[in-house]
Design a binder for this molecule. Sequence first.
Ligand code: FPP
Length: 247
Amino acid sequence: MNLPPDLDPQKIPQHIAVIMDGNGRWATSQGLPRIAGHRQGARTLKELLRCCKNWGIKALTAYAFSTENWQRPLEEVDFLMLLFERLLRRELAQMHQEGVKISCIGDLSALPQSLQTEIEHSMAETVNNQAIHFTLAVNYGSRNEITRACRQIAELVEQGQINAAQVNETLVEKHLYTADTLAPDLLIRTSGEMRLSNFLLWQMAYTEMYFTDIFWPDFDREALYQALLSYQKRDRRFGKVKPLLSA
Ligand code: FPP
């Protein structure tokens, strides 16, 4: 499964972040219960990960469960927790063989113990893999992450290990869950919603955004291809002025 010929291999995003929205609406549109949408969504994610790897994308970060998602009906929350655990358990061997490095970000301490164990095991097993870095955001919220970083840094100041003048962007970044990873180049959000929903707010300062009406379970290779075509037409200036080609 090679890169489609009209995509420029020099302009492939290194890191894609996805907000997988529309599982519930997809299921309803098929006359199915909401959880069927999440189950199909998990299959879609697996396929997308493989496709990203084959097309030379080095990192994929997926928003699986937000700090606000606990407010969903209990059965749905329980189902999602089971689904994450099952995905890690069933797919670990295959992902490891394909060179996937697995990470999880978020406040993992609030997750069921069995899921925490599965996460720790998956991360430890795949820590040296290099084909693609796959990060699942579970019980993740950006405001929570930034607040946590502030608290940790305040403690360092309080203990006299650093002084306030030493607090800079690099230091803040070191205290985020995503320390040592590159910021996303492209964010994809499905199902027609156009907001960030507390996802990677710091990290996405210069990320290109792509929104599509497709429900997440239908987000296939063709849909990724369309997102990449759009991304490759963007002019990324990072706040600078583009130099004139000729005087
Ligand atoms: C948003 O759709 C989706 C979620 C909150 C859950 C995302 C989880 C998956 C895609 C499951 C696969 C992931 C793993 C790691 C196994 P929604 O339920 O808000 O849809 P709606 O807006 O149509 O109701």
